[in-house]
Design a binder for this molecule. Sequence first.
Ligand code: HEM
Length: 453
Amino acid sequence: MSSIHPPGPAPTNLLRLLRGPVAGGRAGYFRRLFQEFGDLVHIPVGRDGFYLISDVDLIQRILETDHRRFSKGRGLDNAAVLLRQGLLTSEGALHERQRRLIMPAFHREPMRRYAQAMTELSAARAASWQDGQVLDMAQEMMHLTRAIVARCLFSHQVGQDADSAIDRDLTTLVQTFAAPGAFLAPVWMVEKGLLPGTWGAPAARRRMDAYIRGLIRARRAAGADDPRAESGDLLAMLLAARDEDGGRMSEDQIRDEVMTLFLAGHETTANALSWTWYLLSEHPEADAALAAELDRVLDGREPTEEDLPRLSYTRAVLSESMRLYPPAWIIGRRTLQDEVMLGYGIPAGSNLLMSQWLVHHDARHWPQPERFRPERWLDGSTEALPKYAYFPFGGGPRRCIGEAFAWTEGMLALAAIARLWRPRLVPGHPVEPQPLITLRPRHGIRMRLERRA
Ligand code: HEM
């Protein structure tokens, strides 16, 4: 194997990376590396080193074609403190079995039920606003998507009452992942809640744990794990799931899955919606086109799941928003053996980073990459793109299991709210992406609500 490293910056140490370019704008730092060094960049930090990969064919090979040669990356070690053996963090045979068991909960029939809850909760939130009111849309969207996932998962009314204990605990836990350094900090620091602003996390984790276990036991006691039970929510489906030899999930496993789906299932969609409101406010012509489509298709009523195929501009708006601001902005993997990539030797145990943020802005694939232009999704120009020029939901066997859920939720929430309201950015409010585990707006998005005539 070649001992020559791919090009990259001078060696740095973890602390500098955490404090300096990372805290100050990790995405900007990666973008500079990509511009200076190209499709494969060696970042000599720590024992194993990081490699930043922006070649779309290589990304396809890692996530899809040769996926067995790679494991999940370093960034998820810390997420596993909370999510343990859940779907996002588990590996190998356990992951394969769990994915098979959970998949039916995202099929068409249950999705219809979730869709009803999505519209209902979005409309309820929209009805609680007043003309001229100023609010933080990022926070509003976080509450909304949390309420939706809680209702679809276990029929809980969380988010209706923002002060409820479970809502507070979830906020604390999400902040653990949002804390500066959460991505690279040693696992024990995350476990003990030692990162800035996360001291409450261990207690919140214990309370959430007890809460979810309580729900599972109550359901089991009520006979909800009978496979013939009429299942309404996702928890009921997890309890009823059986593999080929009749085995079912342990209480620990269900806890891990519920926690994973809860966390993975709301923060990303909230970010997608928040960035969408911002972009629509900055692009009145796109906002007008969206409003026209909603008027035409919905004719004054709430959206339903059956409307989705006809809401093509709504879908294009979300697609373009997730291109410019991919809610999951980076994916990590680790090499299990020595590899050769683009002619360079990459040793076993290396950390690979693939960033949607970089690829979605790459001018080799996207003409005028910085422009928000939903029309590019409707004029056929995206059809000829390489598969991994756009990968907001990842790819291969670890592709997002909640993708259909997220599209349904994103489109219904957008339609239910945008048919009534036009949120406008408060002039002067700074909008800046903050790339943590997900891509959030650093200062929230303060908007003034205008009722549509
Ligand atoms: C716009 C919204 C969303 C985005 C952008 C997104 C993005 C992603 C990405 C990129 C991955 C792959 C990570 C990797 O390969 O390392 C992933 C995995 C996952 N997502 Fe999502 N996601 C979204 C919504 C959801 C929702 C709504 C749910 C659940 C209700 C969910 C649950 C999961 C789970 C459980 C995994 C792990 C799947 C596995 O490894 O088998 N996500 N998501």
